[in-house]
Design a protein around this ligand. Structure first.
Ligand code: ATP
Length: 387
């Protein structure tokens, strides 16, 4: 069946427009290869430049178009994150922020076999944005909000993710660690931990443990391969995911998904990197991986196997191009954003037939990529993700 997905997009600030253009080229190349898979790109301006132009960081028209689309693909914005991405996450209830970190063959790392995912609660905690000033600005307070409802639903997402990852990679035993600081914050973080613990009872096949956030930060640089799924609250998740991305190659390869019940937004983990904006050296892989997660989510949500196959093609193309050392400087190469993008698109076109062969539409996993299969299906109704 032919489908055109309505992709609202935010080009953002700094390197945003450069890396968004890369991801868009990749998706357009995918459409050329898959006549049954099309994307209608709907511009929804937001961010610092939009604020300067229109007086609003997230104009109402953009917000309405985003909420009416199938999903949003967002490049990073600058100083207006609070008015844009945090508002979208909260208003559209995109409660789960999924941030994978895994080793790639083509990026040197101190560690090997890192394959973890951070499942970060996305709507509460200190990022509810309730700050107060007193004493003429000499005293400031921020509210940290934790509810049982939000904590339980993020915990459920984490356990489901662990099970799904284990099904697609049977050598992995599913494990969830709840990261918090309940010894210092017994009410807020205590409630988060208690809620995760109660959800854990429903998943006896998943190993469950708890860890304080400072210990988790230490273990991430000591033995990151020991982690499978980390479930944590908003601020800790923000910080730990930057750390985790650095372990496997840096922010330039870190994509993420913000998932709600029916809608999702995909974006790089990083900010708009003003220090390298306009230089043509921004790594587009973070945005391309965000687009790949978009394809995987669509595949799962809409049972569209074309999307799953497309995500696979993207993965294979990135691995092949990385293997040829066509990389931006941040990960040890000397190629430009454009050169990397063109190489990936070329590889997708050339390997299209091979990519489709590697995907068995009847349902069984039969993938030949060098890197681990990221998606498998057991039948058309049951597309499993391994973020
Ligand atoms: P924010 O607080 O908005 O997340 P930040 O202050 O953490 O932003 P980033 O914009 O994320 O900063 O950038 C941090 C560093 O990582 C900068 O040196 C930047 O150049 C680098 N960086 C981020 N993204 C990329 C990318 N896609 N390619 C290459 N380098 C990047």
């Amino acid at each position: 069946m032919s489908r055109a997905y309505r992709v609202s997009f935010i080009e953002g600030d700094g390197i945003g427009p450069e890396i968004f253009a890369s991801a868009r080229s990749v998706l357009e190349t995918i459409s050329e290869c898959h006549p049954n898979l099309n994307f209608d790109f709907i511009p929804t301006p937001a961010g610092d430049a939009t604020l300067a132009k229109s007086g609003e960081a997230l104009p109402r028209d953009s917000f309405i178009k985003i909420s009416e689309s199938d999903l949003c693909l967002k490049a990073p914005v600058g100083e207006t994150a609070r008015e844009t991405i945090i508002k979208i996450r909260q208003d559209l209830d995109l409660f789960a922020n999924i941030r994978p970190a895994r080793n790639y063959d083509f990026i040197e790392s101190k560690f090997s076999n890192v394959d973890l995912v951070i499942v970060r609660e996305n709507t509460e905690d200190l990022y509810v944005g309730r700050e107060f000033e007193e004493e003429d600005g000499r005293r400031a307070t921020a509210l940290k909000v934790t509810t049982e409802k939000a904590s339980k639903r993020i915990a459920k997402m984490a356990f489901d993710t662990a099970l799904s990852r284990a099904k697609t990679a049977p050598q992995k035993s599913p494990a969830v660690v709840c990261v918090q600081k309940s010894n210092v914050l017994p009410m807020t973080d205590g409630l988060f931990m208690k809620s995760c613990g109660s959800i854990a009872e429903g998943y006896p096949s998943v190993k469950y443990s708890t860890m304080y956030v400072d210990t988790a930060a230490m273990n991430l640089v000591r033995n990151p391969e020991s982690f499978d799924v980390i479930v944590t609250s908003n601020v800790y998740g923000d910080i730990l995911s930057d750390e985790a991305s650095q372990i496997v190659g840096g922010l330039g390869v870190a994509g993420s998904a913000n998932i709600g019940n029916e809608f999702a937004l995909f974006e790089p983990v990083h900010g708009c990197a003003p220090d390298i904006a306009g230089k043509g050296i921004a790594n587009p892989l973070s945005m391309i991986f965000a687009a790949k997660m978009m394809l995987e989510w669509l595949g799962m949500k809409r049972n569209d196997l074309n999307c799953i196959s497309a995500a696979k093609l993207v993965d294979q193309a990135v691995s092949a191009v990385g293997g040829d050392r066509i990389l931006t400087p941040d990960i040890g190469g000397n190629s430009s954003t454009l050169v990397v993008t063109k190489a990936i698109c070329k590889n997708i076109k050339e390997s299209k037939d091979g990519g489709e062969e590697n995907y068995d539409y009847r349902g069984k996993n039969r993938m030949s990529a060098k890197n681990e299969a990221t998606v498998t299906t057991t039948n058309k109704q049951d597309v499993l993700l391994k973020w």
